[in-house]
Ligand binder design. Sequence first.
Ligand code: GCU
Length: 331
Amino acid sequence: VIAGATAATLLLAACGGGDEGGESAGGGEGKTMRLALNQTEEHPSYIALDNLGTYLEENTGGWDIDVFPNETLGAQAEALQLVSDGSVDMAIVSGTQLENLNEDFVVFNLPRVFDDVEHQMSVIHDPEITGDLYASLEESNNITVLGGFTQGARSVYSSAPIETPADLAGQKIRVQESELHIAMAEALGGAGTPMAYGELYTGLQSGVVDAAENNEVSYFTQRHYEVAPYWSYTNHLVGLDYMIINTDLLESMSEEDRAAFDAGWTAAHEEHTQLWAEATQEAIDGATAGGATFSEVDDAAFAEPLEALAAEFITTESQQALFDAARAAAR
Ligand code: GCU
């Protein structure tokens, strides 16, 4: 964390604010917003966000986005803090990070809450369902949630093939920093070890953890297949990344620029969903060429322990309401 903070501070200093303000059509001042991302430049999230920056440049009075990939502004937990205090403007953070600020976010981090990407996107971009949730961090943390990008279906990978939960007995599975996901690792048959995304390659290589779980795109772009070559299709979760922005900054946009920003963001998450299927196939092909093996699991053996997590982690009426709304939107 200290090393990350130092790197981020230096980088921010080097950027010197770097905000070439421009006069917007509505009279507001635009600026180049710094966005923290933990993915590579090949990842669909980077591509869609970079294109969003171009869109803003062309359609607003001086707003633009500079996407910092590969955790250069810090890992997600730190990026969340930096957006809250305004030293970074925007970030993509996994839902697991937001669950630590408002427990209602737990609902969309549960295994089996979303059936597929299409179902997930229809729920998380429905303001009737998510309006209160997305505004809930504004007063407490100065963070607005704008919507999200899918993480696709997540599965387990390890140094040996996994067919049933028993195959993960005694294995340390890296998970995101979330109580729910620690419990999920147990439901999968192993023991959860929370760790930042950027540390995982070394974690797997050195044996600090034995296994991990993610989507094929991360498995390939982070080169985890080199150190954990057996992918097993547990499909335990359709994961979710949120786009967050500093609330004060968002509110400083003129009405016209805000309208263009919203339109650009909608186009960006739609583009991301389109890129996702293609990137997933490319990742499977690339990892296979690099020596990975993709195999099916005994679905029935995993189903019950994973489904039991909802009853354990939904403890309030507002969580239940979100869960029911999400399930009601399933086709
Ligand atoms: C996915 C997701 C990231 C997340 C990562 C993780 O790659 O898109 O936001 O950080 O999983 O497992 O940590």
